[in-house]
Ligand binder design. Structure first.
Ligand code: MN9
Length: 290
C-alpha cells in the first residue's frame, strides 16, 4: 500500500449542476476539506451519489478528483455496482488512475447469498488495489462476525468501512485482525468507534466539519476522552439537523451557506423546502458554523 489509510476522510459530496458534474465546485470542495486537515477522501460512494451515476460519469469523477488532489491526500474509490463486470471495470480504472484503495457494499437487492458476495469481493480484490469491505445496514445485506472474518481473511482485503453501531463487533474484529484497517462510518458515533479500535472515520458530514472530526481523532489518540466527547457532541448538533432535513441534500445546502457551491443533488433527491433551509440555517448559526 502506497499510503497509510487512517484519520478522518470526507465521504466526498459530488457537485452537480443541471445533473452534470460541476468541476469548479469539486475543486472548491476539495480545497475546503484539505484546508481543514483532510488526509484522504472516499470518492463516489453513497454520499457522492455514486448509486445514481452512470459508469462514464463515475469514471469522470474519479479522474477529476485525482487530477485535483494529486499526491496531497489518500484516495479511496467507491467502485461497487450490482453488475460485477462494471464494478471490476471501475476498480481497474481506479488502479490506473493511481487511487490508494477501492471499496464497495456487498451486492444487494437480490438475495444473492454469501457465496456470491464472497466471489464478488474476490473479483474486486484481484484488480490491483487494496479493498475495503463496506458494511452498512441500509444495503440490506447483513454481515455478521463470522462472515466479516471470512471476508477480511481474503487476499488483498485491507479492511472495512463499518457503518454500524455495534462497537462490540468492531472491537472484536480489530482484536482479531489488528493489521486490518477499520473506518468508523457513522459520523455521530466516531468517538465511540475510535475507542472501540477504529483507525479513523469516513463520513458525509466531514465535508462540512472536517476540522471537528480531525479533532476527535486527535483527542482519542492522546487519550483525552472528555475532549473527544465534547467535540463529538458539538458536531452531533449539526448532524441531528442534517438528519432531520435529509443528510445529502441538506449537506449540499449547508456547503452553499458556508460559501462552497456544490450545486444540487441528482433526482430523485428532492430539494429542501424553504422551511427546511431556514431550520438548517438556524442550526448552523447556533452551532457556530455560520
Ligand atoms: O457512511 C454515511 N452514511 C451514508 C457514511 O451516507 C449512508 C454517514 O456519514 C452518515 O451519513 C452520517 C449521518 O447519519 O453518519
Amino acid at each position: 500500500m502506497k499510503r497509510e489509510l487512517r484519520g478522518a476522510y470526507p465521504a466526498l459530496l459530488t457537485p452537480f449542476k443541471g445533473e452534470k458534474l460541476y468541476e469548479k465546485g469539486l475543486e472548491q470542495l476539495l480545497g475546503y476539506c484539505l484546508k481543514k486537515g483532510a488526509a484522504g477522501f472516499y470518492v463516489g460512494g453513497s454520499t457522492g451519489e455514486g448509486f445514481l451515476m452512470r459508469k462514464e460519469e463515475r469514471i469522470r469523477l474519479l479522474t477529476a478528483v485525482k487530477e485535483i488532489v494529486g499526491e496531497r491526500a489518500a484516495l479511496i474509490a467507491y467502485t461497487g455496482s450490482l453488475r460485477l463486470s462494471e464494478a471490476v471495470e471501475l476498480s481497474e480504472t481506479a488502479a490506473k488512475l493511481g487511487y490508494d484503495a477501492i471499496s464497495s457494499v456487498p451486492p444487494f437487492y437480490y438475495d444473492f447469498g454469501f457465496r456470491a458476495v464472497k466471489e464478488y469481493y474476490g473479483a474486486l480484490a484481484q484488480t490491483g488495489l487494496p479493498l475495503l469491505i463496506y458494511s452498512i445496514a441500509s444495503s440490506g445485506v447483513r454481515l455478521d462476525f463470522g462472515k466479516l472474518c471470512e471476508l477480511l481473511e481474503m487476499e488483498n482485503v485491507a479492511g472495512l468501512k463499518f457503518t454500524e453501531s455495534d462497537f462490540f463487533l468492531l472491537q472484536q474484529l480489530k482484536a482479531k485482525y489488528p493489521e486490518k484497517i477499520i473506518f468508523n462510518g457513522k459520523d455521530e458515533m466516531l468517538a465511540s468507534g475510535l475507542i472501540a479500535g477504529a483507525d479513523g472515520g469516513i463520513g458525509s458530514t466531514y465535508n462540512l466539519m472536517e476540522d471537528k472530526y480531525v479533532a476527535v481523532c486527535d483527542a482519542v489518540r492522546r487519550g483525552d476522552a472528555a475532549e473527544a466527547a465534547r467535540v463529538q457532541a458539538s458536531a452531533n448538533e449539526i448532524t441531528a439537523a442534517l438528519l432531520r432535513v435529509g443528510v445529502i441534500p441538506g449537506l449540499k445546502v449547508a456547503m452553499e451557506m458556508v460559501g462552497v457551491d456544490v450545486g444540487e443533488c441528482l433526482r430523485p433527491f428532492a430539494p429542501l423546502t424553504a422551511e427546511d433551509r431556514a431550520f438548517l440555517r438556524g442550526a448552523l448559526e447556533k452551532g457556530g458554523i455560520l
